[in-house]
Design a protein around this ligand. Structure first.
Ligand code: HEC
Length: 142
């Protein structure tokens, strides 16, 4: 009986640990993808390429939707922060890209990057500082 109970506790604990671990990996994966697509959106905006900018903005939107499903991560309300901090600046960016307003899109890009950093500060990750870069390290034309 005792052994069985122990085994059960072990099973439950390992189950819990796996869950925590999986959600850790997921958030950092979404963040890496966010950085990647933020960079590519910026390059497309800098190149004033409407189709490409709209394509990458759409990828950002999907990631934002994914983040809005992460209710809590290490006791941080990720979904609420995303809705309050990131989404408004993303909406502005999306509108400016749709309207082919390039100087405004570029300004909106800066505002979006500010939102990334605001949330990093709000979640005790202020040491992760997103910085706008104009170089193209990709095997791709913008
Ligand atoms: C909800 C708040 C929040 C928002 C908004 C946010 N981040 Fe993060 N970010 C985090 C947290 C929390 C971590 C740490 C994740 C971990 O510990 O697994 C992180 C980690 C990162 C990392 C480190 C992972 C890596 O691949 O190096 C990068 C890069 C990153 N974020 C980029 C961004 C970018 C770009 C944006 C904006 C488009 C953004 N983040 C918006 C909370 C946020």
């Amino acid at each position: 009986m005792k052994l069985r109970a122990l085994a059960l506790v072990g099973l439950l604990t390992s189950g819990l640990m796996t869950t925590t671990h999986a959600s850790d990996i997921e958030l950092v994966k979404i963040m890496s993808a966010l950085q990647y697509f933020t960079h590519k959106t910026t390059l497309a905006v800098d190149a004033e390429n409407p189709e490409l900018a709209a394509f990458y903005a759409h990828e950002l939107e999907e990631l934002i939707e994914e983040l809005e499903e992460v209710e809590s991560y290490h006791n941080q309300p990720i979904a609420s922060f995303v809705t309050a901090i990131l989404e408004p600046s993303f909406e502005t960016l999306e509108d400016q890209i749709k309207d082919n307003n390039w100087p405004q899109s570029s300004a909106a890009m800066n505002a979006l990057i500010d939102s990334c950093n605001k949330c990093h500060q709000a979640t005790q990750h202020g040491f992760i500082v997103i910085e706008r870069r104009a170089n193209n390290p990709y095997f791709q034309q913008f």
